[in-house]
Design a binder for this molecule. Sequence first.
Ligand code: NAP
Ligand code: ZN
Length: 385
Amino acid sequence: MHHSLEIITLHKPQSLTQTKTETETMAKSPETEHPNKVFGWGARDKSGVLSPFHFSRRDNGENDVTVKILFCGVCHTDLHTIKNDWGYTYYPVVPGHEIVGIATKVGKNVTKFKEGDRVGVGVITGSCQSCESCDQDLENYCPQMSFTYNAIGSDGTKNYGGYSENIVVDQRFVLRFPENLPSDSGAPLLCAGITVYSPMKYYGMTEAGKHLGVAGLGGLGHVAVKIGKAFGLKVTVISSSSKKEEEAINHLGADSFLVTTDPQKMKAAIGTMDYIIDTISAVHALYPLLGLLKVNGKLIALGLPEKPLELPMFPLVLGRKMVGGSDVGGLKETQEMLDFCAKHNITADIELIKMDEINSAMERLAKSDVRYRFVIDVANSLSPP
Ligand code: NAP
Ligand code: ZN
């Protein structure tokens, strides 16, 4: 089996085990399978080019909230997916899982939200709600978990994401969006925010005064710097170039900056870090990063490069070090993270774009040329042709 499929089988069996359902579903056109016509932007093939796309969404059910989308962040996962980097993209795909909007319809069983509420939708929009993981508010590790896009939803049809006018989501997967969080720069917290917050909590990376390395200063990385500082950590950015140094220190609040191609500085930093959050989206060497850790140090990998990385045993064994992973976070913890960020005034640094600027934004994202998250001004720039 192709390695990425193995990973996905563990990580998200539903999209694979339900391909039959999907094939059946695909017999109907995306535009006519549901009653509600929706307009968005989607990719048709692995060129990844996004263009206007008409599809449909289910009627708002008893437990559902319909969200009119205001803003949607552009995660590197969106880019991996439109390019089929992991080998499991089912085209057409409408990406987008950092969604902030307004509830425009609520089903009769919906108690958490009312029409007019500002809400968030993140990476996950479905789970079995009865397994051990779901019982522990870890819907993100439910074997039936379904992603907001490029997955099959609970009704057996394909999910389309937030580069679109609206979305219909079960209330369990909708977040309250705290009042003082801006809708645009707050949107990336729904993926980037929870993805770095959850492992910091789970792996005990929150002890004030400890030293955190953040590898890769992109969407996830820059939020990790801010959350790390809010936990009272000493934060060092580990980057592939010196271009972001000034901003990282003077603007994002990092304590220091390491360029991986500077052997002298890398050598001087050996054995100085308690933890590293690795957000690098491409294949990279772990050896130099593991060297930066102290004895008992932990490297938590969040990035999902398209090929496996080499895991060098010597630094792990000789330093009793550990490498772990983490996948977004459960809904309860996502709410906790939003409230934490609201309290600490943590938002993403964003470049706001119009929907029709998405293809050039994706090209820049592929070159790590974004400060530090693109967010699409969906409500003001998405209009049917
Ligand atoms: P991003 O904004 O593109 O940031 C990734 C950063 O990695 C870049 O800014 C760059 O930082 C560094 N980088 C990129 N290519 C590199 C290379 N060839 N060598 C060394 N460094 C490189 O991406 P993101 O949205 O933060 O996502 C990062 C990764 O996490 C992606 O793989 C994404 O799919 C994954 N992800 C995982 C989860 C999860 O639940 N685990 C959730 C969301 C995203 P510098 O310029 O500082 O070097
Ligand atoms: Zn994401």
